[in-house]
Design a protein around this ligand. Structure first.
Ligand code: PEP
Ligand code: MN
Length: 338
């Protein structure tokens, strides 16, 4: 249930609503908007309580039931777009934020070269995997903490914030020491223990869409992060599994306007994991910016042929620089910049 307070309602009136909800056994989350406070009343049995229970309280403007399974990620709870700030970068504003780097951190030379190149081309966040969730247990699993140290070194040297994936819920604290944004991979979108731990860390998080999950399931998973009071949530569309087999995953371009319609959270697009092939990445990236994505996550490697992981989908430095120039024009044409 969503309780919207009248403009300028004082703290006492808001607190009366909160106390009433708590006395009935519900959980509560507040959205402190610029001129209005919205109180989300959460819990399995809200359906058994009349909206009048709250509508009669002083300072309450309206009470609505949210019929969707996700509550905190919904536009009903928060009408205005959320801006997520991470390491000095703002995601969800006018700027299209490009996060780029290697799929996997391989060694110091590789990471520093990519970091420098992507920064020079205009990327504002460096990506790099240290803990890699691989389809096969026999594939390279990443450099783990040694990789995180290299990532932190690149951040130090170049002043660029970094994003990396957390696979194990027990690793949240470790990775939080090195990263500005935690990434939840597609295979872990519904790992609820991981989401709860990341929620508690309050760190910015990129929640990638599970490749077999609906948008409703994705937004409901985002509620696990938001329920812990972590408001810095970014969504990441990275392609879903369909019957089409000419591409690794089918990028759901319509997820962008759908998310914008139903949620206040920023959404970025990963064209690399959808495409699975470098030649397809630029067109998907351009389409995503045109469709209103708040950012992109792109894999770049100094020498894709030699990459330990995902070389086929990695862009070279020159391809990345060319794509950035194209994206700049598209961003401008849709009232954004890059
Ligand atoms: C990645 O970004 O490194 C990755 C493994 O992506 P996904 O979880 O989308 O497959
Ligand atoms: Mn990859």
């Amino acid at each position: 249930m969503i309780v919207e307070m009248v403009t300028g309602a004082d703290v006492k009136k808001v607190d009366d609503v909160v106390q009433k909800a708590k006395s009935l056994g519900f959980q509560v989350q507040l959205n402190l908007g610029t001129d209005k406070v919205v109180v989300a009343i959460l819990g399995g049995h809200t359906g058994q309580v009349s909206t009048d229970t709250f509508a009669v309280l002083p300072g309450v403007e309206s009470v609505t039931r949210i019929m969707k399974p996700y509550k905190l990620a919904s536009r009903e709870f928060k009408a205005e777009n959320s801006l997520v700030s991470a390491g000095g970068v703002e995601i969800g504003g006018k700027r299209v934020v490009v996060m780029a780097g290697p799929c996997t951190i391989e060694n110091e030379e590789q990471l520093m070269k990519v970091a420098k190149a992507v920064k020079e081309s205009g990327a504002s966040v460096l990506r790099g995997g240290a803990f890699k969730p691989r389809t096969s247990p026999f594939s390279f699993q990443g450099l783990e903490e040694a990789g995180l140290r290299l990532l932190a070194q690149a951040r130090e040297n170049l002043g660029i914030p970094v994003i990396t994936e957390v696979v194990d819920p027990h690793d949240v604290k470790l990775i939080a020491r090195y990263a500005d944004i935690l990434q939840v991979g597609s295979r872990n979108m519904q790992n609820f223990t991981l989401l709860t731990n990341i929620g508690r860390s309050k760190l910015p998080v990129l929640l990638k869409r599970g490749f077999s999950c609906t948008i409703t399931e994705w937004l409901t998973a985002a509620d696990y992060l938001l329920a812990e009071g972590n408001t810095r949530v970014i969504l990441g569309e990275r392609g879903i599994r369909t019957f089409e087999d000419s591409i690794r995953f089918s990028l759901d371009i319509s997820a962008i306007p759908v998310i914008k319609r139903f949620s206040h959270l920023p959404v970025i697009v990963d064209p690399s994991h959808a495409a699975g092939h470098y030649s397809l990445v630029p067109a998907i990236a351009r389409a995503a910016v045109a469709a209103g994505a708040d950012g992109l996550l792109i894999e770049v490697h100094p020498n894709p042929k030699e990459a330990l992981v995902d070389g086929l989908q990695a862009l070279t430095f020159s391809d990345f620089a060319r794509l950035m120039a194209e994206l700049r024009q598209i961003a401008q044409s849709v009232g954004r910049y890059l």
